[in-house]
Design a binder for this molecule. Structure first.
Ligand SMILES: NC(=O)c1ccc[n+]([C@@H]2O[C@H](COP(=O)([O-])OP(=O)(O)OC[C@H]3O[C@@H](n4cnc5c(N)ncnc54)[C@H](OP(=O)(O)O)[C@@H]3O)[C@@H](O)[C@H]2O)c1
Length: 431
């Protein structure tokens, strides 16, 4: 029987979920996997605070650094979150010869070079399945199941909060504000949902996915990031009329000279497989040169789904042996040359444009003239019924155009006297 001594840092939502699973399934893991997971120490800021799990007080400590330096511990599971103390704790763990399992996407996206390099130098396992897609084993798939492939694109719904909000807006017709309140009441959104609704959480996960899918360093700050706060109920309704669904997509595409990497609200044709991923579910669609499309679907957050991925990492470490990797080629590849991210202004896309216009003859002609000047052609139009003297929506879908040209055209159109308010621009994929 292999025995793995674990030091757990953080007994919050995910830490508690992990504690429950390790306790409830201890004998199952021993029987089925031949591994005995021993939770040796748990560090928590307030060890005596009321919480839903009740470990023996003898396991609890306030001092996370004492846990990472404890010679009796083989693996540190970091579930504190954030990019300050957690960063120091992970580095200290690796320096003390511990393997590390973490769910901390913000840390790995922003300081991955430093942390992955240190793990590689120290020949320790640094496992992070739970950092992307919660319980969905997408990192393992990249490491093993898709090993024969060069991955050329990733299209992913990897933030459950925003997917829940957009689903409520689409299916129930709820406003953004009400859908956000609902997400908070259901426990899908934090009291401060800023990282989710502004797309930053999805961009963190995309930085990790792109790094391991394409093999190379990824500068997080180069990922274009646009959240869902500007998506209105009108946009969702108009998209529906054209046969599209709006989703917050994280997209990474390999190009000849680097990659595109962006998080953005996106119009997807209703027939697209990701258009039907609803509620708080996540899905990751990858395209490999040998396998074609592969879809991973499941719970992207929550205590038990996330802890499920952490246990999978612990099992991998147990199976690989506590001595650590001689050479972890998956990691070496991800520590390769930085993959340049193309500027958003140079991408080619189709677009949804929503104008509010004072309805009078020749409005559409005026707008199409400017679009034509920038080589942008219109594929579809919806113009609302007349309403004398009042602004009415005018919606256009374009054929493929360069973002730089599209932005220049919209800038010019916005100065026309009959255009009211800010023009909405949403990119279209998969059509
Ligand atoms: N929640 C999810 O569904 C989910 C999904 C995937 C990944 N993750 C990632 O998993 C990690 C944990 O998330 P979570 O939702 O479990 O967060 P959480 O509920 O806030 O838990 C973090 C815990 O760590 C404690 N803590 C903070 N600083 C500490 C320190 N210096 N020493 C010891 N304990 C400390 C916190 O105590 P206080 O509360 O007293 O500060 C809290 O109990 C994060 O990196 C997150 O991004 C979460």
């Amino acid at each position: 029987m292999k025995k793995i001594n674990i030091g757990l840092l953080g007994l919050g939502q995910i830490g508690s979920g992990l504690y429950e699973i390790l306790k409830a399934k201890k004998s199952l893991f021993e029987r089925q996997l031949g591994v005995s997971f021993e939770l040796k120490r748990i560090a928590e800021k307030y060890p005596n605070a009321r919480r839903k799990v009740h470990p023996p007080p003898s396991l609890m400590t306030k001092d996370a650094f004492a846990v990472v330096r404890d010679p009796a511990i083989d693996v540190i599971v970091e579930l504190i979150g954030g990019t300050t103390v957690a960063r120091e704790l992970i580095k200290e763990s690796l320096k003390h010869g511990k393997h590390v399992v973490t769910a901390n996407k913000a840390l790995l996206a922003e300081y991955g070079d430093e942390i992955f390099e240190l793990a590689h130098r120290k020949k320790r396992w640094l496992c992070f399945e739970a950092s992307v897609g919660g319980g969905i084993p997408c990192i393992k798939a990249l490491r093993e199941g898709l090993a024969a492939n060069r991955i050329d694109s990733v299209h992913a719904i990897i933030n459950g909060t925003t997917n829940y909000i957009l689903t409520q807006m689409t299916i129930q017709g709820t406003s953004f504000a009400d859908a956000l309140t609902g997400a908070q009441q259901q426990g899908y959104a934090e009291a401060n949902p800023s990282l989710d609704i502004h797309g930053v959480d999805a961009a963190h996960k995309l930085a990790i996915l792109a790094r391991f899918a394409f093999g190379g360093k990824v500068k997080f700050k180069d990922i274009y990031c646009e959240g869902i706060t500007a998506v209105s109920s009108d946009d969702i309704a108009f998209a529906k009329e054209f046969g599209y669904t709006i989703k917050l997509l994280a997209i990474a595409k390999k190009t000849g000279d680097g990659m595109e990497a962006r998080v953005q609200p996106t119009l997807l044709p209703n027939s697209h497989i990701l258009a039907n991923v609803n509620g708080s579910f996540n899905a990751i669609l990858m395209h490999g040169d040998e396998v074609g499309d592969v879809l991973f679907y499941g719970r992207g957050a929550g205590p038990h789904p996330t802890a499920s991925a952490i246990v999978a990492d612990l099992v991998d470490i147990a199976k690989a042996g506590a001595q650590g990797p001689a050479e972890d080629h998956f990691m070496v590849r991800a520590l390769g040359k930085t993959i340049p991210v193309k500027s958003i202004s140079s991408i080619l896309s189709r677009y949804y444009l929503r104008f509010y216009v004072i309805d009078k003859p020749s409005v559409l002609a005026g707008i199409s003239k400017i679009l034509g000047k920038y080589q942008i052609s219109i594929s579809d139009v919806i113009q609302r019924e007349r309403s004398a003297g009042r602004a009415v929506p005018l919606i256009l879908l374009t054929h493929g155009a360069h973002e730089k040209d599209l932005r220049a055209a919209v800038h010019e159109i916005d100065r026309l006297p009959y255009i009211k308010g800010k023009t909405q621009v949403i990119r279209i994929e998969g059509a």
